[in-house]
Design a binder for this molecule. Structure first.
Ligand code: SAM
Length: 237
């Protein structure tokens, strides 16, 4: 009974417009009002962003490269990408997240001494299923956790259809330890655990990519005490 129709998405959207927005804005920010667990997740997530940027820059300059950041959150990746000269299309299902990302982009993407200003990302409120167009690269960090496996295949196929050259994805790996932590979380659901977390095995993600003609070229694992992510780069076969 994992499948709950379209309800999951509405719940996720509502969460990230309200309590989830407050919680994650804090975690993704740099203020001191975080607890030990939140601080640990902040560090883990920052590593994912850093490694994704490294993967993106490995192929050369990002100047003029079109990037779709699906589920952009507060802009943790979109903003540094714009600084690198990428032409970023940033979207999120949560209007609150998009507004925050836009606010931070305006603060952080300012003209440098020589007068050159980075191109602002284009921000839109949209669930990733409704995205269209073609981008050199599509990135989707820490969003798959909101998708049961039955929905993940379609989501991955859709993201791949938007990408010309590569797709960078991160997800919480289905390992025994993390599974265990998640179960503990479900046994004691606190007010901040309003949504379900879905873990994915690398084999399942790989299978979903292969079905649409894509293959994993690079992968990495990011872990801190409370944060776990597989980061993969996929390319057409
Ligand atoms: N990618 C960002 C990052 O790594 O900083 C944010 C990660 S946050 C854990 C997950 C984000 O995915 C939230 O901002 C949420 O609103 C968004 N999200 C969840 N489901 C989505 C969907 N179906 N379409 C678009 N965004 C979605």
């Amino acid at each position: 009974a994992e499948e709950v129709g379209g309800d999951d998405k509405e719940v996720v959207k509502d969460y990230f417009n309200n309590s989830g927005f407050q919680r994650w804005k804090k975690i993704y920010g740099d203020t001191d009002d975080v607890n030990r667990v939140q601080r640990d997740i902040r560090v883990g997530h920052a590593k994912t962003v850093e490694n994704a940027l490294k993967m993106l820059k490995d192929e050369g300059s990002l100047q003029g490269v079109t990037v779709c950041d699906a589920g952009c959150g507060t802009g943790s990746l979109s903003i540094p990408l714009a600084k690198e000269g990428a032409v970023v299309s940033a979207s999120d299902i949560s209007a609150a997240m998009v507004a925050e990302a836009e606010k931070q982009a305006k603060e952080q993407l300012v003209a440098s001494g020589d007068g050159s200003a980075p191109v602002m990302p284009k921000f839109v409120v949209k669930d990733l299923e409704s995205l269209d167009g073609k981008y050199d690269t599509v990135v989707c960090l820490d969003v798959l956790i909101h998708y049961p496996q039955s929905k993940a295949d379609g989501m991955i196929a859709h993201l791949a259809s938007l990408a010309k050259n590569r797709l960078i994805l991160s997800f919480a790996p289905k390992t025994f330890y993390y599974d265990f932590l998640k179960r503990i979380g479900e046994l004691f659901p606190g007010p901040s655990k309003a949504t379900r977390a879905y873990l994915h095995s690398e084999a399942d993600v790989e299978r979903a990519l292969r079905k649409v003609g894509w293959t994993i070229r690079k992968k990495g694992l990011i872990t801190t005490q409370f944060y776990f992510a597989n980061l993969i780069e996929a390319v057409p076969m």
